[in-house]
Ligand binder design. Structure first.
Ligand SMILES: [Zn+2]
Length: 448
């Protein structure tokens, strides 16, 4: 009798998926073929968590190239064949939802017999927006189209790329809450929130930090201490080459990066990563979380698809990007899987003086990218500085001074008249910036 009962017991997610699923190239460009967690052992626990009773909210806060999307698809596939219930898959826009459905989800269902056998004969039952299977319905929606969020009942929901959901209509609740409302009719509801983070004050991050925030600890091959892999100047290092810059430096860094254990300062090589991950374990870092809220955090250093050197290269390139702030923002969100906050960098006077060049006042450097003049208006005076900026972000102070007022009148030149008068040997500034601060209206009038 017990053996009969066992037949009906649901299989484990990983065991079932590794036994039954083959990933078509469309679904998994990185690792097509039979599904396996061998290269990403960190996915085993998050995947099993979807069948844990009482877990209402699961957060996967994952970096780029970590296998997040494939794992979400595995979760959906598992439910279709093992524990069907109406399900909603939300993405930031309807266009994204439809194309994701066609390009990645539908091929997975159609090319695996264990899933395809649940399709109905009626072709209208299997569209990009709605898959009505013999046991459950799967709806794909974009949260930017509000009509989509408020009809059918759902028990499970995947909120994919959640940090990119826009809260357009402030009269209404946040789209995440609107979707959750629909699921709460079921007492066994479950929501899987999956995203790279955006900013610190975003809805996704603020909710994620109320979970138990698990990190994946791996043993150091040198001293055996357990540690999470983290991106910092102390941990991700490369062999120094002062003589290189630009692409040559990026190439060098890609091939000469290693990880430094914070416990023993031992050097760990990228090829050791897979062995470390096999012995890794998830550990909660927030003891105050509710038992119904589980969170997994994983940055791209764990990815089997990118090396530490490639990650370090991304960082170097971002640092030298013309739009450095934007590039570093993307690096922090995508690769570190952390929200972006302005870095505070403390630099001593001596280190600044050490970088001084030999440009005389009013003289332009030989090679620069653009010229900018910045004004800082105050109560009695407006200070200004003209700078030449190089492609790598290097800066040359070309000229500076003080004006008495903001506004240009017949009697006194203000910012506008001053800006128009500037030139150095025939070179005019490319643009000007004004820190309007407390003087916004006055500054706007002057600009006008
Ligand atoms: Zn160590």
């Amino acid at each position: 009798m017990f053996s009969k009962l066992k037949i009906h017991e649901k299989p484990g997610v990983v065991e079932w998926a590794e036994r039954c699923l083959v990933l078509p190239r469309e679904t998994s460009p990185n690792a097509p073929g039979r599904f396996s967690t061998a290269r990403m052992p960190y996915m085993r626990e998050p995947l099993e968590s979807i069948r844990e009773e009482g877990l209402q909210h699961i957060y996967w806060c994952f970096g780029t190239q970590s296998g997040k999307t494939v794992s979400l698809l595995i979760a959906a596939a598992y439910f279709i064949d093992n524990d069907p219930a109406p399900m909603l898959w939300a993405l930031p826009t309807e266009i994204l939802a439809r194309s994701f459905s066609r390009a990645r989800l539908q091929p997975l269902i159609s090319k695996n017999d264990v899933l395809a056998r649940h399709k109905r004969r009626d072709p209208d039952a299997f569209t990009a927006a709605e898959m009505r299977l013999d046991s459950m319905e799967l709806y794909m929606v974009g949260v930017s189209e509000p009509g989509n969020l408020s009809s059918r009942p759902i028990m499970r929901c995947v909120m994919d790329e959640e940090a990119k959901y826009k809260h357009e209509n402030k009269e209404e609740a946040h789209p995440v809450d609107l979707i959750e409302e629909r699921a709460k009719g079921f007492h066994r509801y479950q929501i899987l929130h999956a995203s790279t983070p955006s900013s610190e004050d975003s809805y996704f991050w603020q909710n994620f930090i109320t979970t138990d925030m698990r990190k994946f600890y791996v043993p150091c091959p040198r001293c055996g201490e357990m540690m999470p892999l983290e991106f910092s100047r102390n941990t991700v290092q490369w062999e120094r080459r002062e003589d290189l810059e630009g692409d040559a430096l990026a190439d060098w860094v890609q091939d000469h990066t290693f990880y430094v254990c914070p416990h023993c300062e031992g050097r760990v090589e990228d090829w050791e990563k897979i062995g470390m991950m096999e012995k890794g374990e998830w550990r909660p870092t927030n003891p105050n979380a509710s038992r119904a809220r589980r969170g997994y955090h994983l940055n791209s250093l764990y990815s089997p698809f990118v090396t530490w050197g490639q990650t370090a290269r991304k960082f170097i390139v971002a640092q030298n990007d013309l739009f450095r702030q934007v590039a570093l923002h993307n690096f922090r969100n995508g690769w570190e899987a952390l929200p972006f906050t302005q870095y505070e960098i403390k630099v001593g006077d001596d280190s600044v003086r050490g970088l001084r060049g030999v440009c005389r006042r009013g003289e332009l450097p030989r090679h620069y990218y653009y010229m900018v003049v910045a004004y800082d208006p105050g109560q009695n005076q407006t200070h200004w500085v003209a700078q030449a900026i190089g492609r790598g972000g290097e800066t040359w102070v070309v000229d500076w001074g003080t004006l008495l007022g903001i506004s240009t009148t017949d009697a006194t030149p203000g910012i506008g008249a001053h800006f128009e008068s500037l030139e150095w040997g025939g070179v005019r500034p490319d643009f000007g910036l004004i820190d309007s601060g407390d003087w916004a209206q006055k500054v706007y009038d002057e600009c006008y």
